[in-house]
Design a protein. Structure first.
Length: 119
């Protein structure tokens, strides 16, 4: 049902995550030049298997370094994921080996129960 969305779309079309990563790193460099401390958090979404996150880390790693290196600046950043599908929650311990942070999409992880009103 998830189809070609989130991290799977990023693996299919590698240009998009590279552009997004470049924009985040370059914005962080600019903000820091303005005297504002910054440590970006890059979130890889819809991860359901550890390998999905690992592949995204490989896609972005060289570009993050190139973006920062091209500006002669180093930017500390974190890469994590949002656990928003049950499959990801079941293997979160394995995903955690590569993720520097988690965000949990609890509304996506709770079933719609008859007679239960969200909120």
């Amino acid at each position: 049902m998830l189809g070609l969305r989130g991290c799977r779309l990023a693996l299919f079309s590698r240009k998009s995550p590279r552009l997004q990563t470049r924009a985040i790193i370059e914005a962080a460099i600019q903000v820091r030049k303005e005297g504002i401390p910054v440590k970006p958090e890059i979130m890889i979404v819809l991860v359901g298997f550890p390998k999905e996150l690992q592949l995204q880390l490989e896609v972005g790693a060289s570009h993050r370094q190139a973006s920062a290196g091209g500006k002669k600046a180093k930017v500390k950043y974190m890469v994590g994921t949002m656990i928003e599908i049950p499959r990801g929650a079941l293997v979160a311990d394995e995903i955690a080996k590569d993720a520097e942070f988690f965000s949990f999409g609890t509304n996506d992880l709770t079933p719609d129960l008859p007679g239960h009103e969200p909120g």
